[in-house]
Design a protein around this ligand. Structure first.
Ligand SMILES: NC(=O)c1ccc[n+]([C@@H]2O[C@H](COP(=O)([O-])OP(=O)(O)OC[C@H]3O[C@@H](n4cnc5c(N)ncnc54)[C@H](O)[C@@H]3O)[C@@H](O)[C@H]2O)c1
Length: 245
């Protein structure tokens, strides 16, 4: 039996990278999938390939979130899974971070997750079921230097996850955060190019000695989306090859 049969899943930032692999895997496991992203062409192409719905959506907009939830409920009648996956990365130490960079990273990575949870929670609470998976980072679990705004936003995702889990548990809605280490996607490739040479050194710190594929993250997210994790909420799940000690 498919692990997400009968479920409707909404995945933000699903046009490429981890979100795209989650969309593929969720479809293969029987879910109806709604992908959202600011990347329209990539999102449309993936949706057509796997038989999902694509909605152009900037996660920083509360109005856009309402539109996504309304459209999903109109088409499918329920939302069982929300993966708050959309994110941006910005290199920059505390003293080099401009107001604009800080605000932009917080708007996408932090406020986007807040708006997403707030938009889907009413339908999930009414249905008395739901699983919200917030993609944080290892940068949301430990002190990291050189990405001040990003780390700020990812710690906030971890905190918001716990606050929401406390509030929504009695409605049967579970909320968990996922904390990837080094994952082989465009985000990492772009960072790699910006910090030439340093990535090899960083990878030596990973006990498993390599980065992960996006699918290795998607497999964990699938578990949290499915009923196999029915008593898991308020959790923080690393997928990092042992990097977090
Ligand atoms: N790649 C890594 O090593 C790594 C490590 C830890 C955490 N993460 C997190 O994993 C998540 C997925 O990242 P990825 O590795 O697949 O990178 P990615 O850059 O390939 O994917 C991010 C997606 O988010 C979308 N997005 C960006 N801003 C958006 C907005 N305002 N509204 C809607 N969509 C938007 C992008 O268009 C893109 O499709 C992110 O939250 C990221 O912070 C990544």
């Amino acid at each position: 039996m498919a692990r997400l049969q009968g479920k409707v899943a909404l995945i933000t930032g699903g046009a490429r990278g981890q979100g795209a692999d989650e969309a593929r895997l969720f479809r293969a496991e029987g879910a109806d999938v709604v992908i959202t992203d600011v990347l329209e062409a990539e999102g449309q192409a993936l949706a057509a390939e796997i038989g999902a719905t694509f909605i152009t959506h900037d996660v920083t907009s509360a109005a856009a979130w309402q539109g996504v939830v309304d459209a999903t409920l109109a088409k499918h009648g329920h939302i069982d899974v929300l993966v708050n996956n959309a994110g941006i990365f910005k290199l920059g130490r505390l003293l080099d971070t401009s107001d604009e960079d800080f605000d932009r990273v917080v708007a996408v990575n932090q406020k986007g997750v807040f708006l997403g949870m707030r938009a889907v929670a009413p339908a999930m609470c009414e249905a008395k079921r739901g699983s919200i998976i917030n993609i944080s980072s290892l940068a949301g679990m430990e002190g990291v230097a050189g990405a001040f705004a990003y780390a700020t936003s990812k710690w906030a995702v971890r905190g918001m996850t716990k606050a929401a889990a406390q509030e929504l548990g009695r409605f049967g809605v579970r909320v968990n955060s996922v904390h990837p280490g080094f994952i082989d996607t465009v985000m990492l490739t772009q960072t790699q190019a910006a910090v030439a040479g340093k990535m090899d050194k960083a990878l030596k710190l990973v006990p498993m000695g390599r980065m992960a594929t996006a699918l290795e993250v998607a497999n964990l997210v699938l578990f949290l989306a499915s009923d196999e994790s029915s008593y898991c909420t308020n959790g923080e799940y690393t997928v990092d090859g042992g990097l977090h000690r």
